[in-house]
Design a protein around this ligand. Structure first.
Ligand code: SF4
Ligand code: SF4
Length: 260
């Protein structure tokens, strides 16, 4: 039975560099197959196929990262089929390093397999902050797409999808806060809970939080507020397109002048 452990070394920007180094060192000294991914969020956008390749010829996987629901959504984002492998998770946001080591030892108990250590790096320039939709909760209301000013979402057929993750504004979880289904996850959200991808969701508490957030963010007339945001987004898109057209025109004129 081929086993492999994956460690997401971004630490969700929540665990210290010392803790991350200690986990990485511990995993290396076990000698078992081990892949260190600098940033699973970023790799799920920029390095999908390389991330998928890390799971080839593996039957059982232990993932040391943040909340399992968030990690599952990230793996889906890479196109990894959960049903074909056996997954276990250790959440470094909730467990101490000693608890992680105990979990790793248990995973490899009785397994003498020695394997290689591999590394996969994401794009260090991008904070890889973006939303993931948990389709087991989403009811396709489209509110997130109407709300976001930066074209991160699009309504495609009978689905809302994240089409422009890099358009998302770093540390802005606003659409997640107003989603009535609590279907939007930001894996790097600093507070624990449904928006960070926690598996157990206190539905009553979430409803109360949403109501407060909706009142604060959208005011009492939600439909009017969403219409206004849609209009604002269109104007941002138009002004961006206009700026691009002006820049292209200036470039073409400069090229023409240089040829004279
Ligand atoms: S607001 Fe929430 S429920 Fe509505 S489409 Fe977006 S993710 Fe789905
Ligand atoms: S967090 Fe903000 S910028 Fe990002 S998708 Fe949601 S509304 Fe758009």
């Amino acid at each position: 039975m081929s086993k492999k452990v994956f460690f997401c070394n971004c630490g969700a920007n929540l665990i210290s560099a010392d803790r991350k180094l200690a986990i990485s060192t511990y995993l290396k000294q076990t000698g078992h197959p081990f892949a260190e991914i600098s940033d699973l969020c970023g790799c799920s956008v920029d390095r999908k196929s390389e991330t998928r390749d890390q799971f080839l010829e593996v039957e059982e996987v232990l993932i040391v990262a943040c909340f399992p629901r968030a990690v599952r959504l990230l793996l889906e984002n890479c196109g990894i089929d959960h049903s074909s492998l056996k997954f276990e998770y250790l959440n470094f946001r909730e467990l101490s390093n000693d608890q992680l080591y105990a979990g790793i030892d248990l995973f490899f108990e009785g397994n003498t397999e020695v394997g290689e250590f591999t590394e996969l790096h994401g794009n260090a320039e991008w904070p890889s902050w973006f939303p993931l939709i948990d389709y087991s909760r989403c009811n396709t209301c489209g509110q997130c797409a109407d709300f976001c000013l930066f074209g991160v979402y699009e309504k495609l057929g009978n689905k809302v999808v994240v089409v422009n993750p890099k358009g998302c504004k770093n540390n802005c979880p606003a659409c997640g806060r107003i989603c009535a289904q609590t279907a939007i996850v930001f894996p790097k959200y600093e507070h624990a809970g449904a928006i960070a991808g926690a598996d157990s969701i206190d539905e009553m508490a979430e409803q109360q939080r949403q109501q407060l957030d909706i009142d604060t963010i959208l005011g009492s007339n939600i439909y009017q507020a969403l219409e206004m945001r849609k209009a604002k987004r269109q104007s941002i898109i138009r002004s961006t397109a206009m700026q691009q057209a002006i820049a292209e025109r200036e470039k073409a004129l400069a090229e023409k002048r240089s040829k004279k």
